[in-house]
Structures are given as structure tokens and as C-alpha cells.
Design a protein around this ligand. Structure first.
Ligand code: GLU
Length: 330
């Protein structure tokens, strides 16, 4: 499928009106709608996506009355659950966890809540190769060298953690497989790696990412391949996974391309979120698409038609459909 092809190639707030100054009523601010987009750690790419989208939305607050914020969060699974509970309007989520949330499968928190039938997709963004970085002195050369080492599995609630657990289950690994199974947040792990508190960090993330740059420039560390039978099986059995590679030369210590697998980063919301609001958010992104693409190198190759067709399991939100139809994209 096309997502696989796509993955294989790897990869202010708004001005306040002057109404108050002129003694007019505060009707303008009373009409404001607030939109929250859940992201991830501050050294990831979700945070850049969310901040970028909000910046574009907030340029037009005077016209549509929407104010957008994109706080740092625990990642994909936390975002989907916050959208489900109405605590966030939108959120970034890995394509695997979008699928499993919709179907009430795989992840304990999704299984216990059952199918999230109101889950809606907006679009896919960049690809997220599953990335392992190990200290050069750790003796780790491949993914299968991780047992017996100090590995950061990342915080519960991150999509990375969920995907790591999927691989661990396939391999028959548990937390006891590792000398240390740490639960540091994505933004904390580069420092822990370079302080020699862990041997390896993991991150399902777009590239280049601040966290991987931090790790590979602060100490001797390299990107480790994630390949083998289990990975091939995951790719073969699941449309939301595909082969991926991390380009050589992008990070210090990793001169050649490194093979791994990955998912797509997507943005999701709930059917309960107002269609006009969703329409305006989507419009802000695609009306200003050249500007958006310039905000991060991982966005450089994005194509709107692919973004609304690939990597999405949940139905598109009706507010997004309205905009895409207007554009003739569907
Ligand atoms: N895919 C990661 C997660 O859900 C987050 C990546 C990012 O923050 O850019 O855990």
C-alpha cells in the first residue's frame, strides 16, 4: 500500500482586538472557542506539529474566534485517551495506536474502554521510524542485543512505549529481560543516556528530532537497526507498519542509513468536536501549506492528497471532509 512506499523512502498568541479600548462590550472574547492539541515531549516532532498548527490557527483568531494551544503531553496513547475524555479536542497519535483505539485492541487502556467509535482522523503527517540509540560503549549493535542492558522503555502513555511492548510481546521479552527497564519521558532520555544511567533509548519519532540530536551530539552514541523476523512479521500483518530507514549522516555517529520499521504520525479528534472548529483548524494548515512545510524538515515532502489517504484507520471528521471536498481532494 502507499503508506508502505511512503515510509520506505523515509523518511502566539493572537492579537487581542481593540474593542475593549473603545468601550465596546467583551462580546468578541465571549465568542472565543478554545482548541487544545495534545502533542508529545518538547524534544520530539509532535510538539513542533502542534505548535506550528496553533500558530497558523491563531493568525486568524480575529476572523474565526478560535484560540489554539498545543501543550506537551505523554504522547499518542495519552492524547487519544484525553480526546476520548473530552480533555483535549485534538491530538497527535501514531497510526498503530489510532487503529487500536478505534478497535479497542492491543493496548490495555484501549481494551478496557472498548472501541472508541467516535474517534475521527484529520490527516497524517510525517513518518516515524522506530528509533533505538545506544551508547557506543554499551556493546549494543542490534536490537537483539538489548536484553540484559539498561533500556529506557519510555513513559506509559507514549506511543513509543506501546509499540515497544508490541515488539517485546512478539519476542517473549518482559521488563525482567533488561538489566533496567526505565520509564523516563522522551525528553529526559538523551541526558540519561549521556549520564550513563541507561545504555539505550527508544523513540518512535520523525527525523531529524531534537531528542536524537541531543543524544548523538552530547556523547558517543549511535542509531541501532531494528530488523529481523519479528519486525518483518509486524510489517506483513499490519498495514500501519512499514519498513523505514533513518538517513545516514543525519546524526553524528551514524554515517550510513539505518534500517528499521515505522508508523505514520497522524492527527485525531472526536466526532463530538464541533465541525466548524475542525474545519477552521484543517483550513489553517492547508491554506498555509507552504508555510507549514517550512516549519520542520520532516514536513518537507508532505503532499496533502497523501496526508488524507494514508495511515488513517478512523473515518475523517466531517469538518475536515468539508474542507477536503472544497479543495477537490475527495
Ligand atoms: N510517537 C511518539 C509517541 O507517541 C511521539 C513522537 C513525538 O513526540 O514527536 O510516543
Amino acid at each position: 500500500m502507499s503508506l508502505k512506499n511512503k515510509l520506505a523512502t523515509t523518511l502566539l498568541s493572537s492579537a487581542v482586538g481593540f474593542a475593549g479600548i473603545f468601550g465596546a462590550t467583551a462580546a468578541h472574547s465571549a465568542d472565543q472557542t478554545y482548541v487544545t492539541i495534545g502533542t508529545g515531549g518538547q524534544t520530539g516532532v509532535y510538539y513542533v506539529v502542534g505548535q506550528s498548527i496553533c500558530r497558523l490557527v491563531n493568525r486568524q483568531t480575529d476572523d474565526h474566534g478560535i484560540k489554539c494551544t498545543a501543550p506537551s503531553t505523554g504522547g499518542s496513547v495519552a492524547n487519544i485517551n484525553a480526546v476520548r475524555q473530552g480533555q483535549q479536542d485534538m491530538g497527535m497519535a501514531q497510526s498503530d495506536w489510532q487503529f487500536h483505539a478505534l478497535n479497542g485492541s492491543k493496548h490495555d487502556t484501549f481494551k478496557s474502554q472498548g472501541k472508541f467509535e467516535d474517534l475521527r482522523a484529520l490527516f497524517a503527517v510525517h513518518n516515524e521510524p522506530f528509533t533505538v540509540v545506544a551508547r557506543a560503549d554499551s556493546g549494543i549493535e542490534s536490537f537483539d542485543d538489548l536484553p540484559g542492558k539498561r533500556v529506557n522503555l519510555t513513559n506509559p502513555g507514549s506511543g513509543t512505549r506501546g509499540t515497544m511492548e508490541v515488539i517485546m510481546e512478539e519476542k517473549g521479552w518482559t521488563n525482567e529481560t533488561f538489566k533496567l527497564a526505565a520509564e523516563l519521558k522522551s525528553a529526559e532520555q538523551a541526558q540519561a543516556l549521556c549520564d550513563n544511567k541507561i545504555d539505550a533509548m527508544i523513540y518512535a519519532v520523525g527525523h531529524p528530532s531534537g531528542a536524537i540530536k541531543e543524544a548523538t551530539t552530547s556523547c558517543d552514541a549511535k542509531v541501532i537497526p531494528v530488523t529481523g523476523e519479528v519486525i518483518e512479521k509486524l510489517i506483513a500483518e499490519n498495514d500501519f507498519y512499514a519498513p523505514a530507514s533513518i538517513p545516514g549522516g543525519m546524526y553524528k555517529g551514524s554515517d550510513s542509513d539505518v534500517a528499521t520499521f515505522g508508523n505514520a504520525a497522524t492527527m485525531v479528534t472526536s466526532a463530538k468536536v464541533d465541525a466548524d472548529t475542525v474545519y477552521q483548524v484543517v483550513k489553517a494548515v492547508f491554506d498555509n501549506f507552504d508555510r507549514f512545510k517550512r516549519l520542520h524538515p520532516a514536513f518537507a515532502n508532505l503532499d496533502p492528497k497523501q496526508m488524507i489517504a494514508n495511515g488513517l484507520s478512523a473515518p475523517l471528521h466531517e469538518g475536515a471532509v468539508r474542507y477536503y471536498k472544497e479543495q477537490g481532494w475527495m
